[in-house]
Design a binder for this molecule. Structure first.
Ligand code: NZQ
Ligand code: ZN
Length: 386
């Protein structure tokens, strides 16, 4: 096992009827800005529950944070935070609302001379504090409710980039799985695939003798496979919804990454597909991952074979053969829950996408993956095969 540090200060409150705990969790003297998305929280009753719990507080609101949150929108919220002296941000929504809120929290404290987006997203000049933030998370996918990362898009440059700061760990996250009964099927399956791929990014690399992390990771994969059909058959299945949410949180709260190498190249390529073509995050991952795993099959054969045997029950003793079978099974699983796995399914030309992404990675001079094997040229090959 490799050396590691783990820091996870977020207080989780998980279960039915937990939104009312807001009044216990937020000090009464806070000036709160509630942030939300396109209105799902108003139609499914979450907004009313939040407002009810915050009666007597000084509350402002900022709605309209879009999926793949845009800097151009978040900039307006930063103005409000500064003008009104907001000292507590409460994100109510999916990963996009929460990521956007993390950016607002950090950017509101930026005092440098550079453009705030460039400073935080490109030059690593992050403020050393942030406005206190917490969330009522309504979509199981990103793990943003228990991590310190965010992914922000910029319309004017077609960029989608990630940032991390220990100052944006949510102070607390309320996870009431029953609020996910209203998720559109598309978002439910996006979240299942996102969680699956997070787990793979952390686990499907090379062996460092970390059996506990492997068992945790494969437990998440197995749980996703067993619970996904249940929520698709019965969207109101509380237990299955709860199990999926807990998988999503544990998929990206960095427990399974303790002491092991990480990949993240599927995400880096997927973010570019979203930036260029606007497809959902989960959709982009389902397209890239099977082709990337096939491209990296030899380097990843030990872990892929382990996944074949311990997640999919494949009885094949030759690692490379088992690895191939695992990749087939993963794509079959995505297809079985209704997730498409080809660029052509979205009317995107693989050759064109591959060229754009190769150019971008060359410009940025980057290489991804646990051994930096995913260079611009390798990414080109992968996307061309998508
Ligand atoms: O905007 P509203 O009206 O709220 O509707 C949303 C949105 O249209 C809807 N929704 C959310 N909860 C709902 C609901 N509809 C009905 N009932 C509910 N309970 O779902 C749509 C998608 O929401 P979004 O927040 O965009 O989805 P998700 O949680 O999958 O977040 C995706 C974003 O997170 C980033 C992605 O790149 C993408 O920008 N990621 C963040 C990560 C992190 N912070 O660690 C890691 C991930 O790998 C990922 O990159
Ligand atoms: Zn993801």
């Amino acid at each position: 096992m490799q050396n590691f540090e783990f820091y996870g200060p977020t207080h989780l409150v998980f279960g039915k009827d937990t939104i009312k705990e807001l009044s216990r969790l937020i000090p009464k003297d806070r000036k709160i800005l509630i942030t939300y998305g396109g209105g799902s929280i108003k139609s499914n009753g979450v907004y009313d529950q939040v407002k009810q719990a915050l009666q007597g507080y000084n509350v402002f609101e900022f709605g309209g944070i879009e999926p793949n949150p845009k800097f151009e929108t978040l900039a307006k919220a930063i103005e409000i935070v500064k003008k009104e002296d907001i000292n507590f941000l409460l994100a109510v929504g999916g990963g996009s609302v929460l990521d956007g809120t993390k950016f607002i929290a950090l950017a509101s404290k930026y005092t440098g001379d550079d453009d705030v987006y460039d400073a935080i997203m490109k030059h690593g000049k992050l403020p050393n504090s942030a406005v206190e933030l917490a969330d009522v998370i309504t979509l199981p996918a990103t793990g943003s409710e228990m991590n310190c990362g965010g992914v922000i898009s910029k319309i004017s440059t077609s960029e989608k980039l990630a940032f991390h700061s220990p100052h944006v760990f949510p102070k607390f996250s309320i996870i009431d799985p029953s609020v996910t009964f209203t998720l559109p099927v598309r978002q439910t399956i996006n979240g299942i695939v996102d969680t699956f791929v997070h787990t793979m990014e952390f686990n499907c690399t090379y062996d460092v003798n970390s059996p506990l992390q492997d068992i945790w990771a494969m437990g998440i994969l197995r749980t996703l496979i067993s619970e996904a059909p249940k929520v698709l058959a019965n969207p109101q299945d509380y237990d299955a919804r709860a199990n999926l949410f807990w998988c999503a949180t544990c998929g990206l709260n960095y427990w399974i990454s303790c002491g092991v190498p990480q990949d993240w190249s599927t995400h880096m390529i997927g973010h570019e597909l979203t930036a260029f073509y606007g497809i959902d995050h989960g959709q982009s991952l389902a397209i890239v991952e099977p082709r990337l795993l096939r491209n990296q099959k030899v380097a990843k054969s030990y872990k892929l074979a382990k996944i074949a045997r311990e997640v999919f029950g494949i009885q094949e003793s030759v690692d490379l053969k088992a690895a191939d079978m695992a990749i087939d099974k993963i794509e079959e699983f995505y297809n079985s829950i209704g997730m498409k796995t080809k660029l052509a399914d979205y009317g995107i030309n693989p050759q064109e996408a591959a060229e754009k992404i190769r150019e971008r990675f060359k410009e940025r001079n980057v290489a991804f993956g646990e051994k930096c094997a995913i260079t611009a040229d390798v990414a080109y090959d992968i996307v061309k095969a998508c």
